[in-house]
Every structure is written in structure tokens, then in C-alpha cells.
Design a binder for this molecule. Structure first.
Ligand code: LLP
Length: 417
């Protein structure tokens, strides 16, 4: 459920018409609905209410301070993957006790900053990282609580670029090596193994791979307990998919929760979850303007003022995003079209061979489901300033991140004289 709806054929975000925002802030822009973010968080939390897990929203999905703030106010914790994301969660006043740190390449500076903030859990991905963390914690006179991220070798059945739980992926520690590494960790002076972690991929559209991974993790948990390694936290990562197309029916959080809860009974652990997309994905859209129309030999091109630098998902994952007119008109024919950006690459598209209402020059369109991995993956390719981010709360909106200027981009550069 989201709060992007037509009222009298005008597309609104909550109670604000999107054409009004376009008028005031220009195009393109990202627009987020605070009520939708909150609703998605609440639905997710409610699904797991029986065991009250620690929900650590995955910051990489949408790291806008206003988004993090809205979720922090809801009681969310955070899953971070860099020193930059740590600074963001600090900025919204998140307690370190609700922060977990994932990623295969954490630098010493990042590990130190996280130790300094007293985060809950380091999800360690290799022996080398474990050794380094132990040394750094020693230097700082601290003890780091760790989980090992296990690679359970389960196929998440999603796009290969966002599969992480297969043996051939760079992520995690093979199950067969995990026990030996836990023993090493238990013998180290400045780390304490307290958790087991896994994250097998993103945009999963069935619960089976999650259950399969959890079963493998449980076997390891039993072995660790036999060795008196006291595991208190089970972090099952994120990955639950969302409907990008109306006919897609990924499991509802309730079904996901039921499948996991059945497996978790009697385990005596605190569950940690790291949802990203399912919270933010359908809480945001990208609004842009039709710059030109152009008829090719076989189809029409709708050329917008947003491009793959603003939203790279279609180019990178061949991802589907719904396209809506901001003003709905019923006197328009449907035509087969590609919605493309101004960038000099054939991969610069938002939709291909899509039946869409005829758009005219200057009209606004909305690219749906752009709240997760939209702005956070944007770039300045073609020296394009990144768009602003707007948050809507009921009948009000605010620019929560200003549009970049070309001047800002160029000011970071100097000539080599
Ligand atoms: N935890 C870890 C350790 C992760 O690596 C990720 C996502 C998440 C949690 C959150 O996963 P989610 O609930 O959002 O599926 N850029 C891609 C998605 C990359 C996901 C990376 N890791 C996309 O646009 O589809």
C-alpha cells in the first residue's frame, strides 16, 4: 500500500499534487511519502510482533537523512556498510546499540569509527577482517561484539548482480569454514562472538530460499552451542522483494514472518532483520518532464529530463519500473514507446517497448518504485547535477536534499598547473 494516488486524474503524493511540487522545485526530482515509509515499517514490525526483533533498516536502500530520521522516530535500528552511512545514522541520533555493520571491505578507519560509536554488532565477512578488528579493538581498549556472516550457498533466485548467498559470490564465510573461525574468534582477546549472520540476496520473490538458508544457519547454531559459544543474535539480513509490476506477488511481510517464525521456535536468540527495499522502494517516485518526442523507425521515444545517472536500475539490472502520467487524460491513445533519458548510452532507458498513454512535450511523468536504490545509486555522469529529494507529510512538502548545481560539481576540481 502506498500513498501515490490519482485524485480527479491528478497524481498526488499523500495530499500534495505532484505538479505543484514540480512547479516549485523543477524537474527531475525524487519524491518520498513519509506516511508510506512509516506504514511499510509498521507492517514489517507487526508481522514479527510475536518475537519483537531488532529491525535494522538497510541504509543503502535510501540514506536520505529525512528518511532515516522518520524511521529512527519509529524505533528502527540501522544496517550500515560504510563510514559515511555511520555518520548519517549518528546525525539522526540513532543509538549505537541498534546499529549493525555489514560489508566485505570495511577499512580500518571505518572499523575504528564504529568501535568508537559502540555499535551492537560487526558482521565479519573474512578471517582477515576478524584479525584486523581484534587488533584495532585491542589498540582502542575495546571489545567488539561480532557475528560471522555465513554464505549458506542457497540460490535466492533473483538477478545475478544482487545474489549474495551462492558459493561463487564474494560474500560471507563458507559454512564448512565457519566453525573453525568461530573457535578462533572465541580465543581472541578483543572480539566476542555473539551472533550469526547471513544475507542471501535482494528482491527475493519467494520465502523458500530464506527458509533454506535459516535451516543451514540453525545447524551451525547447534554446533556452536555445543562448543559453548554463546550466540545471542541471529541476523537474517534483508532481501524481501516488492511488487514492481501489478502482476508480481512477492510474499507479504506476514507470510515471510510466518515462514521464519516457524523455524525460529525454541531457539532463544534475538532476531535481527535488515530490510531495505521493502520499506523504501514503493515509498518513492522519480518525477521528470518530457523534453522531446521522437518517432523512430519502429517505435516512439519519449525523451525525459531524467536519465540513467538519476536512476540506474533499468540500465544495470534490466529492472522494470512502472510509468505513470502525472496528469491522467482519457482522450489519449496508447502507443508503444521507449522512455529514455538524455544520456549518450543505449542503456539509458526507464522503459522499453511499453504501451503508454501518448505523452506530449512538457508533460510530467512519474517513474514508480524508485524509493530504494534510486537516489543512493545516482551519479554525476555526463556532468549532470543530481536531483533534489522531496519528502511529503500529509498536505506539506519539504526539499530534504537540495538539487546539486553545476558550480558545486566544478568547484571540487582544479587544474594541474
Ligand atoms: N543487508 C545486507 C547485508 C545487504 O547487502 C542488503 C542489500 C540488505 C540488507 C538490504 O536488502 P533489501 O532488503 O533492500 O533487499 N542495488 C540493487 C540492490 C542491492 C542490494 C544490496 N544489498 C537494486 O537496485 O536492486
Amino acid at each position: 500500500m502506498d500513498h501515490f494516488r490519482y485524485q480527479e486524474n491528478r497524481l498526488y503524493c499523500e495530499q500534495v499534487p505532484l505538479d505543484r511540487i514540480a512547479e516549485e522545485v523543477g524537474t527531475p526530482f525524487y519524491c518520498y511519502s513519509e506516511a508510506t515509509l512509516e506504514h511499510h515499517f509498521d507492517v514489517f514490525r507487526k508481522a514479527f510482533a510475536a518475537i519483537d526483533p531488532l529491525i535494522c533498516y538497510s541504509v543503502k536502500a535510501n540514506s536520505s537523512l529525512a528518511v532515516l530520521d522518520a524511521l529512527a522516530r519509529r524505533g528502527s535500528g540501522f544496517d550500515i556498510v560504510s563510514g559515511g552511512e555511520l555518520e548519517r545514522v549518528k546525525r539522526v541520533g540513532a543509538s549505537g546499540r541498534k546499529v549493525v555493520f555489514s560489508g566485505v571491505g570495511k577499512t580500518s578507519a571505518e572499523l575504528r569509527a564504529a568501535l568508537d560509536y559502540g555499535i551492537l554488532l560487526f558482521n565479519v565477512e573474512s578471517q582477515a577482517e576478524l584479525t584486523r578488528l581484534n587488533a584495532l579493538a585491542g589498540q582502542m581498549g575495546k571489545k567488539a561484539a561480532i557475528a560471522l556472516r555465513i554464505n549458506p550457498d542457497v540460490n535466492p533466485v533473483t538477478h545475478p548482480y544482487i545474489s549474495t548467498g551462492l558459493a561463487r559470490n564474494k560474500f560471507g564465510i563458507p559454512t564448512a569454514r565457519a566453525l573453525a573461525l568461530y573457535r578462533q574468534a572465541a580465543a581472541m582477546e578483543h572480539v566476542t562472538p555473539v551472533g550469526l549472520d547471513c544475507h542471501i540476496g535482494s528482491q527475493l520473490t519467494s520465502v523458500e530460499p530464506f527458509v533454506e538458508a535459516l535451516r543451514r544457519i540453525k545447524e551451525l547454531l547447534a554446533l556452536l552451542r555445543r562448543e559453548k559459544i554463546a550466540i545471542q543474535y541471529l541476523d537474517l539480513g534483508g532481501g524481501l522483494g516488492i511488487p514492481y509490476e501489478a502482476q508480481q506477488t512477492p510474499p507479504h511481510p506476514d507470510r515471510y514472518a510466518q515462514a521464519l517464525l516457524g523455524e525460529l521456535e525454541g531457539l532463544d536468540v534475538t532476531l535481527i532483520l535488515e530490510p531495505g527495499r521493502v520499506i523504501a522502494g514503493n515509498a518513492g517516485i522519480l518525477v521528470c518532464r518530457v523534453e522531446y518526442l521522437k518517432d523512430g523507425e519502429t517505435k516512439r521515444f519519449i525523451i525525459t529530463d531524467a536519465g540513467m545517472n538519476d536512476l540506474i536500475r533499468p540500465a544495470l539490472y534490466d529492472a522494470y519500473h512502472g510509468i505513470l502520467p502525472v496528469m491522467r487524460r482519457f482522450d489519449r491513445e496508447e502507443v508503444m514507446a521507449d522512455v529514455v533519458g538524455p544520456i549518450c548510452e543505449t542503456g539509458d532507458f526507464f522503459a522499453r517497448d511499453r504501451m503508454l498513454p501518448e505523452f506530449r512535450e512538457g508533460e510530467l511523468l512519474a517513474v514508480r518504485s524508485a524509493g530504494a536504490y534510486g537516489f543512493t545509486m545516482s551519479s554525476n555522469y555526463n556532468t549532470r547535477p543530481r536531483p533534489p529529494e522531496v519528502m511529503v507529510r500529509k498536505d506539506r512538502f519539504a526539499v530534504v536534499r537540495a538539487r546539486e548545481t553545476i558550480r558545486q560539481l566544478l568547484d571540487q576540481e582544479t587544474l594541474f598547473s
